[in-house]
Design a protein around this ligand. Structure first.
Ligand SMILES: *Cc1c(COP(=O)(O)O)cnc(C)c1O
Length: 399
């Protein structure tokens, strides 16, 4: 079925009252008829047969409905939900890496992911190597017998760098089919891109962003093969991280996902229009949007994505002070980190999300002091453009 249908119906199962909205099972534990019953249900739970529940760190019916829906949308055998995107990423690391392993990660990563790899995994004897994965020959040269995982995002924050997921997966699996390729698919959402269909082994999401879609829930998930997901659930999450999602939050994510396809189409429509408008503005030096033919990743994005998404970055032709004045003058676009909600947000990477980077690291990541990142919302696009227009006028008055 079409994703617009799956986003609404996939994963739902009949409940005894015929409730159309998914019930929220606000319970930590489940009772049994007898000790023998408890043992039988524990076994069913571990083997993934039947819908047995034992304790909510291991599974909850509201979370299960969300997991079934996510698996369908990501073309995965299974999914597990977590208390945040970082809970998903750290649980993957705890589960699938061990001391002595080599992890190759892209240079363009979500800030906390970079911190997890550089500051924490290294403490446990994992060797971490950051390379620019748009360079497939650099990847080929970096792969070793100890390489257990290759980790990437696409599009990447903040300049929307595009990684060739199929090319990377092919290179890695030709070297060793057991090396896991893990893709953070947060910026695209499963509606626009399905890394598992491109050869990746695991997909992680911050559901806080497009999947939730309304800036009202913090949540994450991992999608992949049945065995990997079972291992994650019963070891990485249950025994190590405890990064469990509350059923109330699972409900909000389910409600958000129902409109994911229509929201993503609206995000893409608006971002395309605004990118074109910004390109034509005399106050703009460069627009970073994969939908523009001038973007270095445009062709690969066109191959691996349904459309080009709602995220864009822009280098202004204005000085530091005028850039700040422009941002402060925006009325509809709110100044905030995070992304993927219905409302338009703007942030200043050099001063906000990437503040901890040294000047040379900022330059290497293409983050100029005049770079702004927009999460384009689904408001009326002419209202958004009028807001940009009046903010440019206000910024120029500060000259
Ligand atoms: C926000 C984000 C994360 C972290 O997710 P949380 O839900 O905030 O823990 C990871 N990766 C990307 C690309 C993100 O944007």
């Amino acid at each position: 079925m079409d994703p617009r249908t799956q986003a609404i119906h996939a994963g739902t199962e009949p409940n005894e009252h015929g409730a159309v909205a998914e019930p929220i099972y606000r319970t930590s534990t489940y009772s049994f008829d007898s000790i023998a019953d408890s043992q039988e249900r524990a076994e069913q739970m571990r083997t993934g047969h039947g819908s047995a529940y034992f304790y909510s760190r291991l599974g909850n019916p509201t979370n299960s409905a969300l997991e079934r829906r996510l698996a369908v949308l990501e073309h995965a055998e299974a999914a597990v939900v977590t208390g945040a995107g970082m809970g998903a990423i750290s649980s993957v690391m705890w589960t699938f890496l061990k001391s002595g392993d080599h992890l190759i990660a892209d240079t363009a990563l979500y800030g906390e992911t970079h911190g997890l790899f550089a500051d924490f995994l290294t403490k446990f004897g994992v060797e971490v190597e950051f390379i620019d994965l748009t360079d497939l020959s650099a990847l080929a040269a970096a792969l070793r017998p100890q390489t257990a995982m290759v980790y990437l995002e696409s599009p990447c924050n903040p300049t929307m760098k595009i990684n060739d997921i199929a090319g990377i997966a092919e290179e890695v699996h030709a070297h060793d089919p057991a090396t896991r390729v893990v893709v953070d698919n947060t910026f695209a959402s499963p509606y626009l891109q399905n890394p598992l269909l491109l050869g990746a082994d695991l997909v992680v999401h911050s559901m806080t962003k497009y999947l939730g879609g309304h800036s009202d829930v913090v949540a994450g998930c991992v999608c992949g093969g049945v065995e990997d997901i079972a291992w994650l659930r019963y070891t990485g999450i249950a025994r190590a991280t405890g990064a469990v999602l509350a059923a109330d939050s699972a409900y909000l994510a389910l409600r958000g996902i129902a409109t994911l396809p229509v929201r993503m189409e609206a995000h893409c429509d608006n971002a395309e229009r605004i990118a074109a408008w910004l390109v034509a503005s005399p106050h703009v030096a460069a627009v970073h949007y994969p939908g523009l033919a001038t973007h270095p990743g445009h062709e690969i994005a066109a191959r691996q994505m349904r459309r080009f998404g709602g995220m864009l970055a822009v280098d202004l032709n204005l000085g530091q002070e005028q850039t700040m004045a422009f941002v402060d003058a925006l009325r509809l676009a709110r100044i905030a980190v995070s992304l993927g909600g219905v409302e338009t947000l703007v942030e200043h990477p050099a001063g906000m999300t990437h503040q901890s980077l040294a000047p040379e690291q900022l330059a290497a990541a293409g983050i100029a002091p005049s770079l702004l990142r927009f999460s384009i919302g689904i408001e009326d696009v002419d209202d958004l453009i009028a807001d940009l227009e009046q903010a440019f006028a206000a910024a120029l008055r500060t000259a």
